[in-house]
Write a protein that binds this ligand. Structure first.
Ligand code: NAD
Ligand code: FES
Length: 288
């Protein structure tokens, strides 16, 4: 079973980073790929985008927001302990095109999504692209991967909702500024983060006719295209996020449907986080 080699609390009680010994996944993983984890035998399977790999060391890095029961269980694991299942790499890798100067790719990350965006931005950098990272968080204490992105991105622009770091406002403000100043030099925007943010980025870039890729965080079960849990509508067609994505053309995603589907299991997620189980919504029993 994959062992946790390093664990770092990035935002105490909220967000942690794990470096996991997973040589086969590390060897095959490319930007955009994700893994599906299971922490205990009765636990759900949940997807996390790979934030980084070290192929020489045989490790992958994941970053998670402690949100529900499964991420709470993951958060309880310590360095040296093993995770029951880490399955991957899954999904389609990011399609990375080499753009000649003066073209610049904008990689947008919001909140926890900044960590997942990091791997994609690195892929663009490795391909020789000029990368502008636009990252946003509610405040400076919630800002992730600023140092890591600064190591290779050509520019790292920061916004915070409260103005405690960088520009006061939301991350789309940064993107709008660069689209205005760079004109036709932006051939692609990539966005990873909360769904409202990805939708806002896509709506913004539509006005500039700039192709935009978003990485969708649908609910998943098998991660192999068989259960249908992760289905989304893109350009009027049903797609499975796990095998057709997770990245799609942001201008063609039905975000309203995605938001509805993501909210479908809120009751069960809340009860699970409270260590309870739902029976047809009217008969809640303790399970442990
Ligand atoms: P958050 O709600 O604190 O938002 C972070 C930043 O995103 C904000 O500071 C703002 O700059 C920007 N933002 C948010 N809403 C926006 C909007 N409507 N318009 C423009 N910009 C907006 O972020 P969080 O609490 O860290 O987000 C967690 C969510 O992100 C979870 O729902 C999680 O599932 C999702 N997530 C998605 C991915 C993915 O692969 N798409 C990866 C990690 C996390
Ligand atoms: Fe089952 Fe995608 S998670 S089809």
């Amino acid at each position: 079973m994959p062992k946790i080699l390093r664990k770092e609390s990035l935002i105490p009680g909220r967000t942690s980073k794990l470096v996991i010994d997973a040589p086969q996944i590390a060897a095959a993983a490319k930007p955009g790929h994700f893994v599906i984890l299971r922490v205990d035998e009765r636990g759900e399977r949940f997807p996390l985008t790979i934030a980084d790999t070290d192929k020489a060391a045989g490790t992958i890095t994941i970053v998670y927001l402690v949100l529900g029961r499964s991420t709470q269980l993951l958060e309880e694991l310590r360095e040296g302990q093993e995770i029951l299942d880490v399955c991957g790499p899954l999904g389609q890798a990011t399609k990375i095109e080499k753009f000649e100067s003066p073209k610049k790719v904008i990689c947008v990350g919001g909140g926890t999504g900044v960590a997942a965006m990091h791997h994609i931005a690195k892929g663009h950098h490795d391909a020789g692209n000029y990368v502008i990272a636009c990252i946003g968080a509610r405040n400076k204490d919630l800002l992730l991967f600023h140092k890591e992105l600064s190591l290779f991105c050509d520019e790292v622009l920061v916004s915070t909702d409260d103005g405690s770091m960088g520009r006061q406002g939301i991350v789309t403000d940064l993107v709008r500024d660069r689209l205005d100043t760079e004109g036709e030099n932006i051939p692609e925007v990539v966005a990873v983060g909360p769904v409202p943010m990805m939708q806002a980025v896509a709506e913004l870039t539509r006005g500039y006719a700039v192709p935009t890729t978003v990485s969708l965080n649908s609910l998943m079960v098998d991660g192999l295209g068989m259960c249908g849990a992760c289905r989304v509508t893109v350009d009027g067609q049903m797609k499975f996020t796990c095998v057709d994505g997770p990245e799609f053309d942001g201008h063609k995603v039905d975000f309203a449907e995605l938001r509805t589907r993501l909210a479908s299991f809120r009751t069960q997620e809340r009860l699970a986080a409270e260590n309870k189980r739902c029976h047809c919504f009217d008969n809640v029993k303790e399970v442990r």
